[in-house]
Design a protein around this ligand. Structure first.
Ligand code: PMP
Length: 283
């Protein structure tokens, strides 16, 4: 029986009931986080808490429990006996249940807080061999910096990639490559590492931030600058980053083979350093 967290209690997931007036249900009026457990620790939980607080602040959801995220996450790992394996914790806060109006309900409305955890098996095939990704017009809103649960443009875009045998859908807005449906993307052009700058067009990924730090430590030349779709022919390497995919090589971008169609040397170097950091924390 899976144990989940719901509004202050750890209870069997099946026993959770949520009001049909919940603004998460009616308006996707909520935010979420996903953190990864590596057999004995959460990777960069501090950044997840910081981003959770930022998302709440940006949507003006009054919940002062964000600092509880690490202890709730640890409890979920323990209660679901996931301690010695890899796992994910999902955490969501909505504005709560209120009469359906387009204006926000009273600030006293109690937010709905939900979290669960599950065992996670990394996609080693993709990590080793690289993935093919689709390119599509970015049909999302202009606050992609908020980790909102309103993910319909992301899911319908990803579904199209999935149905075409591809592992991610990469978005293009006004000719510029932004990010994936659930990942950030990096490119190697002329030996320089490129990724879209932090802005309202992309989510500030925690893996993105750590990869930029690692690249800097490796002495790699970095430009936080969007790459134009019409410069694809100059891209030698690419990789996506997110909490579950870590650093996953991209070998084909919208039907264009990158480099020699294999994970490139800079991608492999960054991946190795990322893996080494995880191993070092594990001890
Ligand atoms: N962009 C989007 C749109 C995402 O959904 C995600 C996954 N949360 C990311 C980037 C990567 O973020 P992170 O590295 O924090 O998982």
């Amino acid at each position: 029986m899976e144990t989940a967290y719901f509004n202050g209690k750890f209870i069997p997931k099946d026993e959770i009931s949520i009001s049909p007036d919940d603004r998460g249900f009616l308006f996707a009026d909520g935010i979420y986080e996903v953190a990864r457990w590596y057999e004995s620790f959460f990777y960069d939980m501090t950044s997840h808490v910081t981003r959770l607080k930022r998302s709440l602040r940006e949507l003006r959801i009054n919940w002062d429990g964000a600092d509880l995220f690490p202890s709730i996450a640890n409890d979920l790992i323990r209660l679901n006996k996931l301690g010695s394996q890899q796992a994910m914790v999902y955490f969501q806060v909505t504005r709560g249940a209120a009469v359906r109006t387009h204006y926000f309900p009273s600030p006293e409305t109690t937010p709905t807080v939900y979290a669960n955890a599950w065992g996670f098996v990394p996609d080693n095939q993709s990590l080793e061999s690289g993935i093919k990704v689709m390119l599509k017009e970015d049909i999302r809103w202009s606050r992609c910096d908020i980790k909102s649960i309103a993910l319909l443009p992301n899911t319908i875009s990803f579904q199209e990639a999935f149905e075409n045998g591809m592992k991610e859908c990469i978005f293009v807005r006004n000719g510029l490559i932004t990010e994936g449906s659930h990942s950030n993307i990096f490119f190697v052009i002329d030996g320089t590492l490129f990724t879209h700058p932090e802005s309202n067009q992309v989510l500030s990924g925690i893996t993105r931030k750590n990869v930029l730090r690692i690249a800097q430590e490796l002495g790699i030349k970095i430009r936080e600058e969007a790459v134009q779709e019409n410069r694809i022919r100059f891209i030698r390497e690419a990789f996506i980053t997110n909490t579950s995919a870590e650093v996953t090589p991209v070998i084909d971008l919208g039907g264009n083979t990158l480099g020699d169609g294999l994970p490139g040397p800079m991608t492999r170097l960054i991946r190795e350093k990322f893996d080494a950091e995880i191993k070092a924390i594990k001890g």
